[in-house]
Design a protein around this ligand. Structure first.
Ligand SMILES: NC(=O)C1=CN([C@@H]2O[C@H](COP(=O)(O)OP(=O)(O)OC[C@H]3O[C@@H](n4cnc5c(N)ncnc54)[C@H](OP(=O)(O)O)[C@@H]3O)[C@@H](O)[C@H]2O)[C@@H](O)CC1
Ligand SMILES: Nc1ncnc2c1ncn2[C@@H]1O[C@H](COP(=O)(O)OP(=O)(O)O)[C@@H](O)[C@H]1O
Ligand SMILES: [K+]
Length: 488
């Protein structure tokens, strides 16, 4: 169930189901009934205002109103636009509604104990204004709970963007598969609890659509997740390398190194400037430390091909030396995770980075920018978070992990996953360094890079949730054993 469908893909799924012999009217009946059932299961009986729009979302509203009324609820139904203008399945569902149809006016939700928002769904085509916008404000002012049909009206299904205004629902009931807009930040803020309901569209529809956007769930990557086998030794589990910053900025790299080890790399070595060797050595036990100063020394260090995954960026410092080290790593053929300063160092010359990533000898690359770092590297890329991560991955020829509350992981081939399990406790200094380390640990074990990035983001989210309040970055690697045990 981890595929996400765009608005266009969802309407193709509807059409596919209809062509396969399930009437649209049946799909709409199932959709509206699912909403009514969700309402009766979750709310105490109240007077309900059902707000119906002029399209099929409104059609679902007529069905929900009928089922709630039959269940003994007091239902008042309001229609945006004229009844005569309803067409197709929605017009038929309006005929099957025996109650009154009131014109939708600005006071439609006054006194209601619950609002069912069936104004606009997938068909939202422009910013919401006028009466629907007034009702959105009135509902918010009154604090009346809103149950959204498919999408809270005003929210775009593909982008999670609010067009004009949007209801803040406590519950959103959507059908067949969730949409990216439900999970991107704006959407997450407006959807409340998200319920997914089967309305009679067969799973085979996915074979026709070949969707390439996913919710980041273990089913997406668990099959390729590395687990030690009988007969393994530390070198067969991979050797991660983390490049340390200078004397005053070593902590970030140590966090990454510890995380890489906890994620299962057989060995992890901190490649440290000589000046910071003592600081690093005095803080490390299972993680090893070696003096590596210049880009040339890093090249020499990576000639041992067992050192197969490298993280650079946390605490690395911005400028030429970091750029040269990045290029040296890319030439070595090791898998590479580029974070923080390793990204910012290419602000003026992003093409140099992308050309190196495309290089014949380069191994897989994973870029882990937060929004600020992303803008420095991909100045002209615009759109929703999903679109931007995808465009960046294509341009860079790398996996891009665009971090935040709704982290998006994108691959150059167009696959993208939206992460949904992260808690705000993760917004703490060094948490990104740990994420980069987990990715490195998985790459060291030869996990495929898109799957490794997705798995790491998910593990990071679970670790944050498992620890809960009071979390600091040091806690995250230590939570991995618990999270991994649950995962397996
Ligand atoms: N068989 C199926 O397909 C099934 C579909 N299902 C349901 O159908 C929903 C999709 O239905 P839909 O495509 O009819 O679009 P919908 O969201 O009702 O809106 C379109 C109407 O709104 C209008 N409009 C848009 N924006 C506006 C604005 N800002 N301000 C004012 N008006 C605006 C727009 O006007 P227009 O742009 O044409 O001028 C048009 O009249 C989907 O979300 C799901 O709930 C389920 O029943 C399962 C089976
Ligand atoms: N509000 C939030 N909810 C969930 N995760 C968050 C939130 N804010 C930040 N994160 C996560 O925390 C990490 C922060 O990384 P980053 O911005 O690089 O910080 P740092 O450089 O201090 O490590 C990222 O993985 C990001 O996705
Ligand atoms: K709606």
């Amino acid at each position: 169930m981890h595929e996400l469908l765009t608005v266009d893909e969802m309407s193709r799924a509807d059409r596919w189901a209809i062509a396969q012999g399930t009437p649209g009217l049946t799909l709409m009946e199932n959709a509206g009934r699912a909403v009514a059932e969700a309402v009766t299961a979750r709310f105490k009986r109240a007077s309900v205002a059902v707000l119906c729009g002029p399209g099929n979302n409104g059609g679902d509203g007529f069905v929900a109103a009928r089922h709630l009324s039959e269940a003994g609820w007091s239902v008042t139904l309001y229609l945006l636009g004229e009844r005569e203008k309803l067409t197709g399945d929605a017009a038929e569902m309006a005929r099957r509604w025996n109650g009154a149809i009131h014109p939708m006016t600005g006071d439609a939700v006054r006194g209601a104990g619950l609002i069912i928002d069936a104004i606009f769904g997938a068909g939202l085509s422009r910013p919401v204004e006028g009466v629907p916008a007034e009702l959105i404000q009135a509902a918010a002012r009154a604090g009346t709970p809103v149950v959204a049909v498919d999408m809270p009206s005003g929210l775009h299904g593909d982008t999670g963007e609010v067009l004009g205004a949007a209801f803040k629902a406590v519950l959103t009931v959507t059908f067949f598969r969730a949409k990216p807009g439900h999970y991107l930040l704006g959407g997450r803020r407006h959807c409340g609890e998200l319920l997914l309901r089967d309305i009679g569209i067969g799973e085979e529809a996915l074979g026709e659509l070949l969707p390439h956007t996913y919710e980041n769930c273990p089913s997406l990557w668990l099959g390729g997740f590395p687990r030690p086998e009988f007969g393994d030794h530390k070198y067969t589990r991979g050797h991660g390398v983390v490049v340390s910053g200078g004397m005053s900025t070593t902590g970030a790299a140590r966090l990454g190194a510890r995380a890489a080890l906890r994620a299962g790399a057989g060995l992890v070595t901190l490649a440290s400037p000589s000046s910071a060797l003592m600081v690093n050595a005095s803080q490390l036990t299972a993680v090893m430390v070696r003096a590596v100063n210049t880009p040339d020394e890093l090249t020499a260090f990576l000639e041992d091909k067992r050192r197969n995954a490298v993280l650079i960026g946390p605490g690395a410092g911005i400028g030429g030396p970091t750029r040269e080290k990045v290029l040296a790593i890319l030439l070595s053929g090791a898998a590479v995770v580029l974070d923080a300063d390793a990204l910012t160092s290419f602000e003026e010359v992003p093409r140099d980075l992308f050309v190196a990533i495309e290089g014949y000898f380069a191994g897989p690359a994973v870029l882990t920018p937060h929004e600020g770092e992303f803008k420095r590297l991909f100045k002209d890329i615009e759109g929703s978070k999903l679109e931007r991560a995808r465009a960046a991955a294509r341009r860079a020829g790398a996996i891009v992990v665009l971090k935040g509350p709704d982290t998006v992981i994108a691959a150059p081939d167009g696959r993208a996953a939206i992460n949904t399990n992260a808690s705000p406790e993760l917004a703490t200094a060094g948490s990104g360094d740990v994420l980069a380390g987990i990715i490195t640990g998985l790459l060291a074990q030869s996990m495929a890079p898109f799957e490794a990035a997705c798995a790491a983001v998910w593990l990071h989210g679970e670790a944050g949730r498992a620890f809960g309040p009071g979390l600091i970055a040091e806690d995250l690697p230590e939570m991995l054993p618990v999270v991994l045990r649950d995962l397996f």
